[in-house]
Write a protein that binds this ligand. Structure first.
Ligand code: SAH
Length: 227
């Protein structure tokens, strides 16, 4: 994995990034100013392999190796907006992958805990996050047998985002959500999922909303899919 091989082209990429934010994010209805600013700020091209750098701001997911993908920019923006972050939150992310979504979260929240089951992806993400001086991120590699889901020692979280598709909303995650917290997760039995937002009320009741159809790689684990 050739991390950060593309940093030298940053001026060019800044222009393409601005175009991406206007054409793919703002024009499709994302209105949270903080999310828009984070998408303008974080260089997406450093999170992809050199061969894909020229496509980093295209309207699609891209391969990142290990049969995994970096999500489409619009889906990153949409999921982040649904978390309604204000800057004070402790956020859990399941599926660090490239680390791009992690960087967006780190820009918008107080602290980010991100778990990944594929070691080389986590190590590459760490390098990218360090390069961007996003030091409020704690990464964890869950490559043990059974692929654990969640991060019990650091729970509860004000926001949880799952960037892999699950068969159902894992109870282990709703349990790790703080009162008033939000969980965003793609849920579905086939290759396509519905983007689900779970809001936990102050007295612990769960409210469920469904939005767009999306396509994520599978969430692996006991309350996910089998490897
Ligand atoms: N947000 C990432 C998405 C990467 S794809 C990005 O945009 O780059 C989803 C990731 O979830 C994959 O890297 C996969 O290895 C990881 N994953 C799947 N099941 C997991 C689990 N139980 N715990 C942690 N990571 C998991």
């Amino acid at each position: 994995m050739d991390h950060m091989a593309n940093v030298g082209f940053s001026l060019n990429f800044e222009i393409i990034r601005k175009k991406m934010v206007h054409e793919q994010i703002i024009s499709r209805g994302i209105s949270d100013r903080r999310v828009i600013d984070a998408m303008l700020k974080i260089p997406r091209h450093i999170f992809v392999q050199e061969a894909f750098a020229a496509q980093a701001y295209n309207d699609k997911a891209l391969p990142i190796g290990e049969k995994q993908t970096i999500s489409q920019p619009y889906i990153v923006a949409l999921m982040t907006e649904k978390l309604a972050l204000t800057g004070t939150e402790r956020v859990l992310e399941i599926g660090t992958g490239s680390g791009y979504q992690t960087a967006i979260l780190a820009t918008l929240a107080d602290r980010v805990y991100s778990a990944e089951r594929i070691r080389p992806l986590a190590l590459n993400a760490r390098k990218c996050l360090d390069y961007l001086k996003l030091f409020n991120v704690q990464l964890r590699i869950n490559d043990g047998e059974g692929s654990m889901i969640g991060w019990e020692e650091e729970a509860p979280f004000d926001a949880i985002i799952v960037t892999a598709g699950a068969p159902e909303v894992p109870e282990i995650l709703t349990d790790q959500l703080a009162p008033g917290g939000r969980l965003v997760i793609p849920v579905g039995a086939g290759p396509d999922q519905q983007l689900i937002t779970i809001i936990k009320s102050q007295d612990g009741e769960l409210h469920r909303e469904s939005s767009v159809t999306c396509r994520f790689v599978p969430l692996i684990g006991k309350q996910g899919w089998q490897a």
